[in-house]
Design a protein around this ligand. Structure first.
Ligand SMILES: [Zn+2]
Length: 160
């Protein structure tokens, strides 16, 4: 089943990745090295600055979290979501995720909103919900070990 969803370029990722092709919620950890203004589809421009970005989402379709994360990691793809436009300007470092069968992305977004040093980019990735944002910028590498959540949280880093 996965072969149909994944592309050739993802095979290495699949081989060494601990994420499972089952549904769940994730937080993508990205790094930005540059300062620039980028256009997010037809929505608006945002300023990106050096530092770290955290994007929360969930994947309840075929291939689950593995398929979605693999898609986020790829640069060349049709662009559907706000995050797809950001992707070409930042490097994915890893992902925090849970395979709990419930949507936690809005709760995680609220948690990040109240986390020290996390700065929300208003309206990003939340056209379909009432969150303030699903994207946050931090000057520091977000700390997996101190993220307060009751779900069984796992992490995957691209350096693994
Ligand atoms: Zn939300």
């Amino acid at each position: 089943m996965l072969a149909g969803i994944m592309h050739q370029a993802d095979k290495n990722f699949l081989k060494k990745c601990s994420i499972k092709p089952v549904p769940g919620t994730y937080a993508l950890i990205l790094q930005s090295f540059s300062k620039s203004k980028i256009q997010i589809g037809r929505w608006r421009q945002i300023d990106i600055v050096p530092g770290y970005y955290v994007y929360v989402g969930s994947a309840f379709g075929p291939g689950g979290v593995l398929s979605r994360v693999s898609r986020h990691f790829k640069k060349k793809k049709p662009k559907h979501w706000h995050i797809d436009y950001l992707r070409n300007f930042v490097a994915p470092l890893g992902v925090w995720y849970t395979h709990e069968p419930e949507h936690f992305e809005h709760r995680w977004a609220r948690t990040l909103y109240t986390t020290d040093n996390m700065h929300p980019i208003q309206g990003f990735g939340c056209s379909d919900c009432k969150c303030y944002s699903h994207l946050f910028w931090s000057p520091f590498l977000p700390d997996f070990t101190t993220f307060p959540c009751n779900e069984k949280l796992r992490s995957y880093w691209v350096t693994e």
